[in-house]
Design a protein around this ligand. Structure first.
Ligand SMILES: [Zn+2]
Ligand SMILES: [Zn+2]
Length: 435
């Protein structure tokens, strides 16, 4: 898929999917009645399994919620989820892709068919806890995979859950980038997940590519009053960098975001700081845009070093996060299944960029991917805050959550069933387009 195209498309599949043919419609023949009945029966059994085990997954969600762990420290969450998947009959490997809290869980049917991956996140935010709802995210993906496993033998293919730590970033954060680099998606056909949203249900959104970087300056300490001429002020390098970035903003495209904090600015005022450090996120709507932005900021750091005499550097401290490329076919299937279960899905424009970033974007660059939003609150509460964390907690034990879980399970089952066997024509089209 070329960078320019930036969308996983499949017009033929969109026209057919599992929708029965209507009189006079100019489309290729849809799946036959027997196939539709098979898929409907599979979905019924998936829902029944969700009902059966939902309380156990809710308990897991609550336990993860009560024990928030930040990027690459999610020892409890990864152990708990992977233990449960082992119990469900998956082959589990802990500590994969150079992430000690990452895992892979595999189930092979032994029959030909697509490799379907559910992505599980479970990291919390420092100081906020589960203010992004990942305490629901990981258990939900695991439950969806476990439910689909009940019927997948009839359709063929392989099911996986990838436990991907550190979505919120940090040292060695955004693990999905590592999974992509290490080849975990090389043989994968479809990647599926859904994100909690303190607002309405919504389709997968485009978001920004992001490069988190450390900007450091090394200078020379000296008495700030008695001998300032002997010192080189590293903090001035950082301040100059902030000022130059602010001057740059006027000339940047609308889809660019740059934001930083000073994490080390010296010790006390009477010592010229010999070291200073800032952390910045550089964001743009596309990877090429991001790389161009990074070059500009590198020039700013070099300019600040020249101006102050301090040595400056810009270093990424985690995986680059790529922008999300949506797959509208998957979203259409998800929406239809959610609506069939009484949910309302907001008609969002999928071309609209959401001004955040997620490492699910890295996956979407190499495999058709879905990450719709599911409502955990009727009221829009924003994100990354304590209200969201509180809502996650409440909703997990509510009846609504049961409906949500079921809707996700059914939506995903439809994707897999369609691709695996129900409509070979769709699968072939998909493979041609994706290869
Ligand atoms: Zn978040
Ligand atoms: Zn999140």
């Amino acid at each position: 898929m070329s960078e320019q195209e930036q969308q996983h498309t499949n017009p033929t599949a969109t026209a057919t999917e599992t929708t029965p043919k209507t009189a006079g419609a100019v489309t290729q023949p849809g799946p036959d009645a027997e196939t539709l009945a098979r898929v409907a029966d599979a979905k019924r059994r998936i829902s029944a399994y969700v009902d059966e085990v939902l309380p156990e997954y809710q308990k897991i969600s609550l336990a993860i919620h009560d024990k928030p762990e930040v990027s690459n420290y999610e020892f409890f969450a990864s152990q708990t989820l992977s233990d449960r998947l082992k119990q469900e009959g998956f082959d589990v490997t802990l500590g994969v892709a150079d992430h000690r809290t990452g895992f892979s869980a595999l189930y092979r049917t032994g029959k030909p068919g697509p490799v379907v991956v559910f992505l599980a996140e479970y990291d919390a935010l420092p100081g906020v806890g589960h203010g992004c709802g990942h305490s629901v995210f990981g258990p939900n993906s695991s439950l969806a995979a476990a439910s689909l496993k009940r019927v997948i033998d009839e359709f063929g293919g392989e099911l996986r859950v990838y436990g991907t730590p550190g979505e919120e970033g940090g040292e060695n954060g955004s693990a999905k980038g590592s999974f992509v680099k290490d080849g975990f998606f090389d043989d994968v056909d479809i990647a599926l997940c859904a994100h909690p949203h303190a607002g309405g249900n919504g389709l997968s959104s485009r978001n920004l590519a992001c490069q988190p970087v450390d900007i450091e300056f090394h200078g020379k300490a000296s008495h700030a009053a008695a001998s300032p001429e002997r010192g080189i002020n590293a903090l001035d390098g950082v301040i100059q960098t902030f000022n130059s970035i602010n001057a740059l903003r006027q000339h940047l495209p609308k889809d660019v975001r740059i934001h930083g904090v000073i994490v080390d600015g010296g010790v006390q005022p009477n010592v010229v700081p010999d070291y200073a450090k800032a952390k910045f996120y550089l964001r743009s709507a596309s990877v090429p845009g991001l790389l161009a932005l990074r070059k500009k900021v590198e020039n700013i750091v070099a300019g600040a070093a020249l101006a102050t005499g301090a040595k400056g550097s810009l270093t990424p401290y985690q995986n680059q996060v790529d922008n999300m490329i949506p797959t509208p076919l998957f979203d259409a299937i998800w929406k239809r299944n959610a609506e069939a279960l009484g949910q309302t899905v907001e008609a969002t424009e999928q071309d609209k960029v959401v001004f955040g970033s997620s490492d699910v974007g890295n996956v979407s660059q190499v495999v058709p991917t879905i990450q719709p939003w599911f409502s955990i609150s009727p009221e829009n509460l924003g994100g990354h805050n304590e209200q969201v964390a509180a809502v996650c907690f409440v909703k997990l034990v509510s009846a609504f959550c049961a409906v949500f879980f079921r809707s996700v399970g059914s939506g995903f089952s439809a994707v897999c069933a369609v691709s695996a066997a129900a409509c070979l024509r769709v699968l072939l089209c998909c493979l041609v387009i994706w290869s």
